[in-house]
Design a protein around this ligand. Structure first.
Ligand code: SF4
Length: 228
């Protein structure tokens, strides 16, 4: 296998592929990825952030942002959460899911027996839509390739989409009802994915926490996790 050297991101991805080919058992288990695997993924993410996205102005959302919210978490996470886009607090701090909805997501992650450092959290768009409106389809479509690259680098075993907009963003088409869609597995970039409700929705509708936990229990089963 020859490794490209002209494009650092492609090179890092090629190395990751090679690690996978050479260490099938370790990577299939993904319990404790090697330092080289983790370092390669971390470097690829940093390259994507700084060299490819940079001070992005590819869509109109750039004009209202304070900070671009790239995503956060383990570069080798087995579980990848996808949200809609940054809110006010996230825009201020440059981190995903740090407001009240983020605190609820943290509690869900903890209940799964994981920590924020174990998972990866990203959004369909990386800049805050004004007034917390949903991203427009063209904004989501413009930003989506960056999220896809993040998913390609992290290579999670499971993707959980949070809320209707996140699901629509990944699918690139309208979803009539998140209530009907939640809990229904689909594949994205070859990875098994499951939609559930957004934590912000749960703050307004606490009675919907139970179905979300049912979804997370299925995810835990797939990942071989047991609850705390
Ligand atoms: S939302 Fe995405 S595509 Fe639009 S400016 Fe921000 S980073 Fe660029």
């Amino acid at each position: 296998m020859s490794l490209p050297s002209d494009d650092p991101l492609r090179e890092a991805l090629a190395w990751l592929t090679l690690y996978q080919e050479l260490g099938v058992e370790e990577i299939a288990a993904r319990k404790s990825p090697s330092g080289a695997w983790e370092e390669g993924a971390s470097r690829a993410l940093a390259h994507l952030r700084h060299e490819e996205i940079g001070d992005c102005s590819r869509c109109g959302l750039c004009s209202g942002r304070n900070r671009l919210v790239f995503g956060a978490g383990s570069p080798t996470a087995r579980l990848f959460f996808v949200g809609e886009g940054p809110g006010a607090e996230e825009d201020r701090r440059g981190e995903p899911f740090v407001g009240k909805a983020g605190q609820l997501l943290d509690r869900i992650i903890t209940a799964m027996g994981l920590s924020r450092e174990d998972v990866y959290i990203g959004n369909i768009v990386k800049c805050r839509p004004p007034g917390n409106r949903a991203p427009l389809p063209e904004e989501a479509a413009t930003c989506l390739p960056f999220l896809i690259k993040q998913i390609e680098i992290v290579r999670p075993e499971v993707i959980v989409t949070l809320g209707r907009t996140a699901l629509e963003g990944l699918l690139g088409q309208p979803v009539r009802s998140i209530t009907r869609a939640r809990g229904q597995w689909f594949r994205f970039q070859g990875i098994q994915a499951i939609p559930t409700f957004h934590p912000a929705y749960l703050l307004r509708n606490p009675e919907q926490k139970r179905p979300v936990w049912e979804d997370m229990k299925v995810v835990m089963e797939v990942l071989g996790l047991s609850s705390q």
